[in-house]
Write a protein that binds this ligand. Structure first.
Ligand SMILES: Nc1ncnc2c1ncn2[C@@H]1O[C@H](COP(=O)(O)OP(=O)(O)O)[C@@H](O)[C@H]1O
Ligand SMILES: N[C@@H](CCC(=O)OP(=O)(O)O)C(=O)O
Length: 370
């Protein structure tokens, strides 16, 4: 049994995410018997001294049949109407289902603003902590009815990874309609199941594709991205089938396990690296990339070759290498208008008041290349 599986089996706090494809079907909407089976597995784990936050998709899928919509709509307004109807059905079904175990659920609907802005992020953190301390099961989804195209997560796998860090979970379980990660889309046949992802090299050469049901949004790609986000911030993750929920939440001996890399990032550094919305880009030369990413130094004006975006001192920006890859993210100490006359110049050439670092090492998080 891998460390990741042991950690998930022994976790005191878990985030469990279930996808639309595991709860709904195009013709008949919400499948209450599958939802009940998931709740059975969660209730069993809750009875074994574990706190669980459930991130559940399915609002749009659950709203289709009541609105006589045949398949998932493409336009945002109809998706939002379906989510409005479906979220109510979903919340009601969870309340009823957990009620069989005398468990109380609390609905938490988030938009990306709730994590992108640091003050909102901390507010969400407090809400989860209080719900859990009161013994309720938080059931989370994106607030689809108010989220506009610009502020949408559109992807509950990522939301689940962010929530996992937010509540300091010991593990993340992503449940879908497929039993594991394969080295190619299993619909193609002849593909091999991947049981363990110990490090990034185990993901080399994989063909990870989109949803097969037409109900899910991100397909396996967003699950792998979410599992990597969790793992790289110190939280082991498991991708498994919702129909295997009992085993996934039991011994964690099914699906694909992602080993946690290193120690957990602090809340601030995690927010900076994965949740915050960057307002601009700083383009670095090779020397600056080496200093910032490998030697964990502050970014100085001398190593910047270009600037893009509309940011002010205190905003979050992406740091981009000469191959145009985002290699780090940090809080910039200057407004965008101040930088053009500073970049490329060494500190001793600059006036006294402009000698501070452009991004201080304490405000900088190197990102693994995605
Ligand atoms: N390499 C792969 N391994 C496993 N599944 C894959 C892979 N590539 C694509 N898929 C597809 O991704 C689907 C799961 O994604 P999705 O439908 O979005 O799920 P959910 O609604 O649970 O978020 C699977 O049904 C599968 O067909
Ligand atoms: N918030 C949307 C789901 C978005 C989403 O990520 O869906 P999925 O890929 O099924 O997890 C809904 O409730 O319909």
């Amino acid at each position: 049994m891998s460390d990741a599986r042991e950690a998930i089996a022994a976790a005191k706090r878990l985030v469990v995410k279930v996808g639309s494809s595991a709860l709904t079907s195009a013709g008949s909407g919400l499948d209450v018997s599958r939802l009940d089976a998931l709740v059975d597995a969660i209730a069993d784990r809750l009875s074994r001294d574990t706190q669980i936050v459930l991130v559940s998709s399915g609002a749009i899928g659950a709203g289709l049949a009541p609105l006589s919509l045949g398949k998932r709509p493409r336009d945002l307004a109809t998706q939002q109407a379906a989510a409005s109807v479906g979220q109510l059905a979903l919340a009601h079904a969870y309340a009823e289902s957990f009620g069989r175990y005398s468990l109380t659920v609390g609905q938490v609907l988030l938009t990306s603003n709730d994590v992108v802005r640091r003050s909102h992020y901390r507010n969400a953190e407090r809400t989860f902590a209080r719900l859990l301390s009161l013994g309720a099961v938080p059931v989370v989804n994106e607030n689809d009815t108010v989220a506009t195209e610009e502020i949408r997560f559109g992807d509950n796998d990522r939301l689940a990874a962010l929530v996992a860090h937010l509540i300091q979970a010991d593990g993340l379980i992503l449940l879908s309609d497929v039993d594991a990660l394969y080295d190619g889309d299993p619909r193609a046949g002849g593909t091999r199941k991947i049981a363990e992802v110990a490090g990034e090299s185990d993901l080399d050469g994989l063909a990870v594709g989109m949803s097969s049901s037409g109900l899910g949004t991100g397909g396996m790609m967003s699950k792998v991205a979410a599992a990597r986000t969790a793992a790289s911030s110190g939280i082991p993750a498991l991708i498994a089938a919702a129909s295997d929920a009992e085993k996934a939440l039991g011994l964690a001996d099914v699906g694909t396990a992602f080993a946690a890399a290193g120690k957990r990032l602090s809340a601030r550094r995690f927010w900076l690296g994965y949740a915050a919305g960057p307002q601009g880009r700083l383009y670095l030369d090779d020397g600056a990339v080496a200093a910032v990413v490998r030697r964990r130094r502050s970014l100085l004006a001398a190593g910047i070759v270009g600037v893009d975006g509309d940011f002010q001192a205190g905003d979050v920006v992406d740091l981009v290498d000469p191959a145009q890859r985002v290699v780090a993210r940090g809080v910039v100490a200057y407004d965008v208008t101040e930088l053009p006359e500073l970049i490329g110049r060494s500190t001793h050439e600059l006036p006294e008041e402009q000698r501070r670092e452009v991004v201080h090492a304490d405000d900088l998080v190197p990102l693994r290349l995605r």
